[in-house]
Design a protein around this ligand. Structure first.
Ligand code: HEM
Length: 417
């Protein structure tokens, strides 16, 4: 999908040469020089220029990174108290809840779940390739698509450093290594995915900042806004009808975006990722030899499965101002995330992405523990009068369709006139 074409508020206001100051644990840190070598990229820091990033830092970093941050904070000036959302009552209560989840083992490794997940990811692919060449090409290519689809969720967990725990080597190094291997299996560039997905987590549904919601012109979310509705062209007015079938093109689109990301960067930096991608396509064409039409079917199925699930959890929800909106992480998550209901089977078949609210609050939590964290999360939402959004998959798709409909927005506006 293309981009919205509108300048982002938060990140874009700062030019690349201006200094970047982020607020962490009540201090103002100048991260201008560090931004060039920050493993989470410069954009993450630019977006949080003069914003409290304490909760975002907490959710993403290893003890090693904490140590480095503390060294950088020595001698830094105090941040203005009124800007520190992490120090609000709800912010402090949320930090206490996170600590409690650590104490009851929700951040401990979950080897059984990880082995099950790897099995569900790789076995269908192996069986699928066998069936493809042994008389069952439709079932075989669907199983390959399912394997690539599951690989998306499994690599996602490793790249969030949510599987191996322990020393820094294990936490960062081994998780990343597995993430790259599974990324190569499904055919996406991990560097592209990390840049995109981490930004999405840091600034979920923020207009101009979150790359995931930049879906125009193919899908332009109207959300009852008559101004946007009136500006849609004749083709876009069909978007609520073509949204579901368009999901099947997502695999081809993400493959294209992956290659585009690599092509836009110096080869000397990206050669490893080019090599992995070349290995993926060499293997793919070899494994589909003589059955190339079924490769297209595989891509359409994979795109559809992933697209429907991904679009169900955020796209029909609120869109926030891309600047300093003054919300804590938990308040932002409550407005922008929706869980998919259905219980254990749905959780496993969506790689636990169905527990989207919990995953956004604690991305480094092994996904097998998200169910354990859920009742605490619900209770917290209730205590702080936050809406805990959840629906079955069909309802989630309907929310999206509603947010894409232009007629209802226009007719509402006419009634008001
Ligand atoms: C100024 C102090 C900071 C230091 C010293 C720092 C350091 C690091 C380090 C060492 C990593 C690699 C993973 C790890 O060891 O945990 C990392 C990853 C990351 N950082 Fe930071 N960081 C800082 C601030 C921030 C801020 C303010 C944000 C966001 C607002 C941020 C977002 C990220 C993200 C999203 C990643 C994940 C990258 C990935 O593994 O895919 N960092 N950071």
């Amino acid at each position: 999908m293309g981009t919205m074409g509108k300048g982002g508020d938060g990140a874009a206001r700062l030019s690349r040469n201006e200094s970047i100051e982020v607020h962490l644990y009540g201090k103002v840190l100048d991260v201008s020089a560090f931004s060039k070598s920050h493993p989470g990229g410069a954009k993450a820091l630019r977006i949080f220029h003069q914003r409290d990033a304490t909760e975002q830092f907490e959710m993403y970093h290893s003890p090693e990174a904490h140590k480095k941050m503390r060294a950088m904070a020595k001698g830094a000036r105090d941040a203005p108290k009124e800007d520190e959302v992490s120090q609000s009552e709800i912010g402090k209560d949320f930090a206490a809840l996170t600590q409690k989840l650590h104490d009851i083992g929700c951040f401990d490794p979950h080897p059984v779940d990880e082995v099950v997940k790897l099995g569900i990811t790789l076995l269908p692919g192996i069986v699928g390739f066998y069936l493809l060449h042994n008389g069952w090409p439709a079932l075989g290519s669907f199983l390959v698509a399912f394997s690539f689809y599951m690989s998306g969720w499994t690599s996602h967990d490793y790249l969030h450093h949510a599987v191996f725990k322990g020393s820094n080597d294990k936490l960062v190094g081994w998780n990343n290594a597995m993430g790259y291997a599974l990324g190569a299996w499904q055919g996406y560039t991990v560097d592209w995915w990390r840049a995109r997905h981490n930004t999405h987590h840091l600034v979920t549904n923020e207009h101009g900042n979150d790359p995931d919601i930049m879906t125009a012109p193919v899908l332009t979310y109207v959300r009852n806004n008559p101004k946007i509705a009136a500006a849609l062209n004749a083709a876009q007015r069909w978007q609520q009808y073509y949204y579901v079938p368009a999901m099947s093109l997502m695999d081809m689109y993400w493959r294209f975006e992956s290659i585009q990301y690599l092509a836009a960067r110096p080869f000397a930096k990206m050669w490893g990722s080019w090599l992995l991608l070349a290995g993926h396509y060499a293997a793919l064409f070899y494994l589909f030899r003589g059955q190339m039409a079924w490769l297209l079917f595989t891509m359409l199925c994979r795109g559809f499965l992933t697209g429907i699930v991904v679009f169900s959890t955020h796209y029909g929800e609120d869109i926030l101002d891309g600047g300093k909106h003054g919300m804590t992480l938990v308040e932002q998550t409550a407005l922008t995330s929706r869980n998919i209901t259905g219980g254990y089977l749905v959780n496993v078949l969506t790689g636990y992405i169905s527990l989207q609210t919990e995953h956004h609050l604690w991305p480094m939590m092994p996904t097998g523990h998200l169910e354990k964290a859920q009742p605490f999360c619900r209770e917290f939402f209730k205590k702080h009068n936050l809406l805990y959004r959840e629906s079955n998959l069909y309802e989630c798709v309907k929310y999206n369709i509603k947010a894409l409909e232009y007629e209802s927005a226009l007719s509402k506006a006419r009634k008001v006139e």
